[in-house]
Write a protein that binds this ligand. Structure first.
Ligand code: R5P
Length: 288
């Protein structure tokens, strides 16, 4: 039997996961000292228990909370510690794009591995980041769950915002049983992308664009504008991890998004798809 420890960044996912696995949620205290340092205490007896800690590593303070939870669970003498990271923050800095840069994904993964027996995450930006963990690390994908949500929307075509993400679009299109394609994206810098016009047979079609992350909304907003020019009917934008940084939502709405959909790896008003069943499935598969 598992015991689920919920980090404050992932309360919903932890509660849903506990329900899926028929596991109790561990009682904890998490509070801030006057100087804003974090205090963590585990209230239940976890000695000899298989423990799952659920915590998204975004934004930064949630990484510290995860480290403290890991330490508290280890100090409580748990038998095994499984770390579930619904959204692995810092995952996109996964290589040295320029000399002298930190490989942030590697730095965070190494530290998480210190107090863990295995790690599970959802739709990492690139799968190779799993190798940065020094303990067995697994990923699962939210795409089938997102596709199931989109099934009721009469989608004619699924689009990936760039060629590299075509497999994601294909996977969703297989569930929905519709066409799929990709857009031609060039990233100019952190906030600007260029989407080349490409004839996608979008006229009068209901289209869903699926990405792993919506951050500034730039990628999706540019894609929507190109599709609008091609007279698309309805445009749904969906992602696993809805960061919605700054005025992303405003950008998406003014570009003409008909609906914004995200999972709850990062909880927001757009978290319409629950990720816990997908995570429960991979935990059960690993343990077989
Ligand atoms: C990049 O390769 C990712 O898959 C997303 O397309 C990107 O993170 C989205 O960022 P933004 O919303 O800022 O355009």
């Amino acid at each position: 039997m598992y015991y689920v420890v919920s980090g404050t960044a992932s309360k919903n996912v932890a509660e849903n996961l506990a329900e899926e696995l028929n596991a109790p949620i561990v009682n904890t205290i998490s509070k801030r000292f006057p100087d804003d340092e974090l205090y963590i205490r585990i209230l239940d007896d976890l000695s000899g228990k298989d423990v799952i800690i659920v915590q998204t590593t975004y934004p930064d303070q949630n990484i510290i909370e995860l480290f403290l939870l890991q330490n508290a669970v280890q100090e409580a003498k748990a038998k095994t510690i499984t770390i579930v990271i619904p959204y692995f923050g810092y995952g996109r800095q996964d290589t040295k794009f320029q000399e002298g840069e930190a490989i942030s994904a590697k730095a965070i993964a190494k530290l998480i591995s210190l107090n863990a027996d295995e790690i599970i995450t959802v739709d990492p930006h690139k799968e190779h980041i799993l190798k940065f963990f020094s303990k067995p690390a697994y990923s699962c994908t939210a795409v089938p769950a997102i596709a199931s949500y989109l099934k009721t929307k009469n989608i004619d075509m699924i689009l990936a915002p760039d060629k590299g993400a075509i497999e994601r679009a294909k996977k969703a299109a297989t569930v929905i049983k519709c066409k799929y394609d990709y857009m031609e994206k060039t990233r100019i810098n952190g906030t600007t992308v260029e989407i080349k016009p490409k004839n996608l047979d979008a006229a009068d079609k209901n289209i869903a664009i699926i990405d792993d992350i919506i951050s500034t909304g730039g990628t999706m907003a540019e894609s929507i504008k190109k599709l609008k020019k091609q007279n698309a009917k309805k445009i749904y934008v969906a992602c696993t991890h809805g960061l919605f940084a700054g005025d992303a939502i405003k950008k998406l709405n003014s570009a003409g998004a008909d609906e914004i959909i995200s999972t709850d790896t990062i909880q927001s008003d757009f978290s319409k798809v629950k990720i816990a069943p997908t995570i429960a499935k991979i935990i059960t598969t690993i343990k077989k």
